[in-house]
Write a protein that binds this ligand. Sequence first.
Ligand code: ASP
Length: 455
Amino acid sequence: MKVAKFGGSSVSNAEQIKKVLNIVNSDVDRKIIIVSAPGKRHSEDVKTTDLLIRLYEKVIDRLDYTSKKKEIIQRYADIIDELNMDYHLLTSIDETLESYIAILKDKPSRLLDALLSCGEDFNAQLIAEYNNSQGIPTRYVSPGEAGIQVTDLPQNAQILEQSYNTLYKLREYNEKLIIPGFFGVSRQNYIVTFPRGGSDITGAIVARGVRADLYENFTDVSGIFRANPTIVKNPEVIDEITYREMRELSYAGFGVFHDEALQPLHKDRIPVVIKNTNRPDDIGTYIRHDREINSNNIVSGISCDKGFTVLNIKKYLMNRQVGFTRKILAVLEDYGISFDHMPSGIDNISIIMRSKEIQNREEQVLNDIRKNCDVDELSVEHDLAILMIVGEGMHRIVGTANTITHALAESNINLKMMNQGASEISIMFGIHVSDADKAVKSTYEYCYNGICLKS
Ligand code: ASP
């Protein structure tokens, strides 16, 4: 059995929905389908989810929200029109929006989640009804009915373990099932959404719940590129990648697949394939527990994420002081700041975090470190970018770091920091943000084409 998830651009209009249903109906194993809300139809368009946020803002500000509501209903009306469907769904869309607003207008975060869920929920109902009308037995199943029980944290839901037993029962249906992505129901009976882009997470949860043989994630590209295609011209598509590699790359900015979606899958080793709705015959990228390693794919991918801040701390004889690092980390913990890397020397330590973690409270954090930790020097640097070279093959092969540093040196890029964990799955380099694109280009050329880019 396969679980297939279709992203926003795949279900943004009638033509795309027809493509989706062709894919779904062409394979009997595609039993369970997860759909996103209608996404952008062209580059200037607005995603339905973002239209719902605008509606929410009007309601909360006690302003007239009629035009925002109409815009949302119009998105579905366009699809319904083009598919020659009955208009009754539009009445129920209007009623549902109004009833959420009436019931939850004094509970803003609850209202936001309820409205956000509508994007996928209405689309799932519409798609199920249309497929049925085409003679394919199809059933809409709400997340509550499917058994997607989640924690009660608005916009940040996490699946509750008991859901998996209930989800297994979805195997008993004979029809094709259409389930809206992006949200579940809490024990307190509220609709709670996953973080943005969370339909991938629903797909992963359902795939694990029904013990699917494959989780197909359909989007608008034919797989995952080895590097950002807006930086590197025509990068290779990765054919196979492991869960661990994917996690590292998604952390560092690869947005094709939500990093939280990997967690349910890797436990039961359910393979994922990223495929293109517009080119369904392209092979796509497989994400699995293990992969074949050869001399051409030692490095799986290269990414570079911007927007990091680093705290540089110096302390003479730091290596002899027991508990020094703990005191510094305790300050970060007090402020609820999570950090990402901590390269160190014998008398110095650098703590790297996303700038948004420390923004607006940098002075207080620095003062507390000075007060509590008896440091010799403390400085802060912004504009740091993190270059990540990710590849399971590196632990078996000698010389990858040499290749990368050589490529960076040839491009005249100054390395501020380097870090590699014992698993050797990735090497991280801290560089100045102005070198970010150049670093990706030069390491890509050197890793995959054996070409050195001289600056
Ligand atoms: N519609 C939601 C969003 O735009 C979830 C998703 O598409 O995965 O974030």
